[in-house]
Design a protein around this ligand. Structure first.
Ligand code: ATP
Length: 458
C-alpha cells in the first residue's frame, strides 16, 4: 500500500520542517506549506489523504483555510492544530468539518495516533460507500430465479474487477442496458459519467465523429469542433449498445482504441488518450458475424475477454410473475391508481408464455393493462391473443410470434398438455416456486412433479 500523503499547513516554517521530518520517519508522505494559498495549490495538483492545519496563521487563518480546503476536497479529513488556550476555536473548527484537533505542544505519538484514526475512518467510510453502491447497482435487476441470482453475482464480480472491456450478450429486451448501468454503478467509476451510444441508431458517416470527436470543418456540416463521446465519458464508462452494427471501417479504429487507449478525432493532427471502461452489448451472434465477414475477428476477441450473458425471460423460472408484480406497482404509481391483480389462470398464462420480446414485452403488456383496466383483476379474457395461445406448439406452416393469430392445437394431446402445463404452473406460482408444496396441492409426489415439468420442457 502507498504511504498516506499528509499536507502540513502552518506559517511557522521551522515547525513545518520538523513535522515533515518526523512524519517521514513514521513512513508517511508529508508535504509542508506555509500558507492557505500554497495548500490549495498542492491540493489541486496532488492526491492528499489528510491535512494538518494550524488555526493561527496571518492573512488567511486556519478556519478559513479549513473551509477552502473542504470546498475543493469535501472528503479530505483535516486535523486542526491549535495553540495552548485556543480550545474554543478548535472546537468550532471541528463543528465546521475538521475531524479532530491537537493542542500545541503535543507528543508526536498523539499526532500519529490521531492521523491513523482519521485515515482508518476515511478508509472505512470509502469501503462502506463502495459496498453500498455495489448493492444498489444490482437492486435494479428484478427477478427471484436462480438465473437472475447468478446474473447479479456476475454483475457484482465484473463491476468490481479492474477489466476495462466487457461484452454483454442476450436477446433483445432481456435487460442488457440495465446490466450495463448496474456494472457502472457498482464500479469504482460510479461517480464518473456513464455514456450510452446506440451504434445502430447513428448514421454510418457520423459514428466516428460521435465517438472520437472532430475538428471544425473535418467533414461537410462540421461547423464547429465536436467533442467525442469517448472524451465525454472520460474516467467513466462508455456503453456501446448494439456493437454488432458498427460498420467494418470503424471497427478497426475501435480496435485500435481498445488496444492502446488512444484515438485521433476526425481531421485532427494529434492523438488523444482516453481512460474509459468500454462495455459493449449485442443481441447478435458475434461469432456468426465474424464467420460471415461482417465483424472483425480481432475486435471480437478483444471485446470478448469478459462476457456477461443475460438470460431470456423464458429461462428465468417464476420471474415473469415477479416482474409483472413489480411493473404493476410501478405503473399503478405512474397512473395514480391501484395496481392490477392477476387471476391464477392469468398467472399461469404469463408463466407459460415464451416471451419472444422478453422483459420489454412483459413491461409493455403490464403498462397497457394498467392503462386499460386500472386497479382491476386481470382475467385471461383480456390478455392479447398470443398469450392466450401460450405454450401451444406452432403447427407447421402457421405464423408465430407477437401479433400472430393464436394457433389452435390440432389434437386432444395438445389440449391435455396445455391444461397440465397451466395447472402445474399455477400450483408452482401459489407455492412461490416450492416444488414440494406444489406437488402436495396437486396430489402427486415431488418426483412425479419434476418428471411432468421435464416432459413439458418447463
Ligand atoms: N431484470 C429487470 N428488472 C427490471 N426491469 C427490467 C429488467 N430487465 C429489463 N428490464 C426493463 O425492460 C426494458 C428493456 O430492457 P433493456 O433496454 O435493458 O433491454 P436490452 O436487452 O438492452 O434490449 P435491446 O437489445 O433491444 O437494446 C427496460 O425498460 C428495462 O428497464
Amino acid at each position: 500500500m502507498n504511504p498516506a500523503s499528509i499536507l502540513v499547513v502552518d506559517d511557522e516554517a521551522p515547525f513545518v520542517r520538523s513535522l515533515v521530518y518526523a512524519l517521514k520517519k513514521e513512513g508517511l508522505k508529508p508535504t509542508g506549506v506555509n500558507s492557505c494559498a500554497a495548500a490549495l495549490e498542492v491540493l489541486r495538483g496532488t492526491e492528499i489523504d489528510l491535512a494538518l492545519v494550524d488555526l493561527r496563521m496571518p492573512e488567511v487563518d486556519g478556519m478559513e483555510t479549513l473551509a477552502r480546503l473542504k470546498a475543493l476536497a469535501p472528503d479530505l479529513p483535516v486535523i486542526m492544530i491549535s495553540a495552548h488556550g485556543d480550545t474554543r476555536a478548535a472546537v468550532q473548527a471541528v463543528k465546521a468539518g475538521a475531524v479532530d484537533y491537537l493542542t500545541k505542544p503535543f507528543e508526536l505519538d498523539d499526532l500519529i495516533h490521531c492521523i491513523h484514526q482519521a485515515l482508518d475512518r476515511r478508509r472505512m467510510h470509502k469501503e462502506i460507500e463502495y459496498h453500498r453502491s455495489r448493492q444498489l447497482s444490482t437492486a435494479s435487476l428484478i427477478g427471484a430465479s436462480p438465473a437472475m441470482a447468478a446474473l447479479r453475482e456476475a454483475v457484482e464480480r465484473v463491476a468490481g474487477s479492474g477489466t476495462s472491456r466487457i461484452l454483454i450478450h442476450g436477446e433483445s429486451g432481456t435487460g442488457k442496458a440495465l446490466v450495463a448501468r448496474a456494472i457502472h454503478a457498482g464500479s469504482r467509476r460510479a461517480d464518473q459519467p456513464f455514456v450510452e451510444v446506440n451504434c445502430a441508431a447513428l448514421p454510418e458517416q457520423l459514428i466516428e465523429a460521435e465517438l472520437f470527436g472532430a475538428e471544425k470543418g473535418a467533414y461537410t456540416g462540421a461547423h464547429q469542433k465536436r467533442t467525442g463521446l469517448v472524451a465525454v465519458a472520460e474516467g467513466g464508462t462508455l456503453f456501446l449498445d448494439e456493437i454488432g452494427e458498427v460498420p467494418l471501417a470503424l471497427q478497426a479504429k475501435l480496435l485500435h482504441f481498445l488496444e492502446d487507449g488512444t484515438y485521433r478525432p476526425v481531421g485532427a493532427a494529434t492523438v488523444h488518450a482516453g481512460n474509459v471502461r468500454v462495455v459493449a452489448a449485442t443481441n447478435r451472434d458475434l461469432a456468426a458475424l465474424v464467420r460471415e465477414g461482417q465483424f472483425r475477428e480481432d475486435l471480437y476477441y478483444r471485446l470478448n475477454v469478459i462476457s456477461v450473458a443475460v438470460p431470456a425471460l423464458r429461462e428465468r423460472a417464476g420471474d415473469a410473475l415477479v416482474l409483472a408484480e413489480h411493473f404493476a406497482a410501478r405503473y399503478a404509481h405512474q397512473e395514480a391508481c391501484a395496481p392490477i391483480t392477476l387471476t391464477p389462470e392469468t398467472v399461469a398464462l404469463l408463466q407459460a408464455h415464451l416471451w419472444p420480446g422478453n422483459v420489454r414485452e412483459l413491461k409493455n403488456l403490464i403498462e397497457r393493462l394498467t392503462i386499460l383496466y386500472p386497479g382491476e383483476v386481470i382475467s385471461p379474457a383480456v390478455l392479447p391473443q398470443e398469450l392466450r395461445g401460450a405454450a401451444v406448439p406452432p403447427q407447421p406452416g402457421t405464423a408465430t410470434g407477437a401479433g400472430a393469430a393464436p394457433v389452435m392445437p390440432a389434437t386432444i394431446d395438445h389440449h391435455m398438455d396445455q391444461a397440465e402445463r397451466q395447472m402445474l404452473l399455477a400450483a408452482l406460482s401459489r407455492s412461490s416456486g416450492h416444488k414440494g408444496r406444489a406437488a402436495e396441492t396437486l396430489g402427486i409426489s415431488r418426483h412425479a412433479l419434476k418428471r411432468r415439468l421435464q416432459r413439458l420442457g418447463l
